[in-house]
Design a protein around this ligand. Structure first.
Ligand SMILES: [Fe+2]
Length: 259
């Protein structure tokens, strides 16, 4: 099966000819290995179909933040200041970093999408491609220092009163991938805080700003325009993903296959 890549760098595949549940596990594994993320459109499935289907790929995350296996991201927590569960911008990240979970696949399913303005797209970046444009000195610092993250939203299971070390790179299937998330920028409400130990705040911000421009450029980043029933299936460790801020009725369901 070949599809046209979603980024000029050759990653991502838009699948409109069959519904996800018509693919075998081996077919999806092969497509994820090749494209890193898959965007299914035009053949809606239900969340009740997806839970047992994705359960074939591994154990699904279940914790007290979820209803069963499902994390509802429906903007309902906006008033309580939870950025992740609200409408604010979410910078590039891997799922699971402040939850103590190694997550293999992330499934994001669109339950409702009405009257959305001002953004609301989920974006996925080809970090293996993008890293080639990042200055070697920045990569050296990330490799040697790693990063430290600290929760702001109550959502995360990691303690909010201390910094948590995160390695700058991690190995996936014999190859090394950038393992860091990105910080929030001035003016954005933060779901987490992030720093590079031993590097001052201004330098850290400048390094991430330079990387952000590369990772979110059209060459490496795909921006998914949601329709109800769409599914994004993402290799969590070989890509980074995030969300544009928005206004309106946008309800997504997040499912995670543990590594
Ligand atoms: Fe996420």
């Amino acid at each position: 099966m070949t599809y046209s890549p979603l980024t000029p760098s050759g990653k991502g595949a838009l699948i409109t000819d069959r519904k996800v549940t018509d693919f075998s596990v081996a077919e999806i594994r092969a497509l994820i290995a090749r494209y890193e993320w898959l965007a299914f459109k035009q053949h809606p499935v239900t969340i009740d179909d997806l839970i047992p289907y994705l359960g074939q790929f591994g154990k699904l995350t279940e914790n007290d933040r979820r209803q069963g296996h499902v994390l509802k991201i429906d903007a309902s927590k906006t008033d309580q200041g939870e950025v992740l569960l609200g409408q604010g911008f979410m910078p590039l990240h891997h799922d699971g970093a402040l939850m103590g979970n190694a997550i293999d696949l992330v499934g994001i399913f669109c339950v409702e999408y009405k009257e959305v303005t001002g953004g609301g797209r989920t974006f996925v970046s080809d970090i293996d491609g993008a890293i080639k444009d990042v200055p070697a000195e920045t990569l050296r610092i990330l490799r040697e220092h790693g990063i430290e993250g600290r929760p702001v939203d109550r959502y995360y299971t990691a303690a909010a009163d201390k910094w948590h070390a995160i390695p700058g790179f991690a190995e996936v299937a014999g190859k090394t991938y950038l393992n860091v998330g990105f910080p929030f920028r001035p003016g954005e409400q933060a779901s987490w805080m992030l720093r590079i130990p031993g590097i001052d705040d201004d330098r850290c911000a400048a390094m991430f700003e330079e990387m952000r421009k590369i990772f979110m450029s059209d060459r490496y980043c795909y921006f998914h325009e949601w329709s109800e029933g769409d599914l994004l299936l993402i290799d969590n460790r070989r890509t980074l993903h995030g969300r544009e801020a928005f206004r309106g009725k946008r309800a997504l369901a997040n499912l995670q296959v543990l590594a």
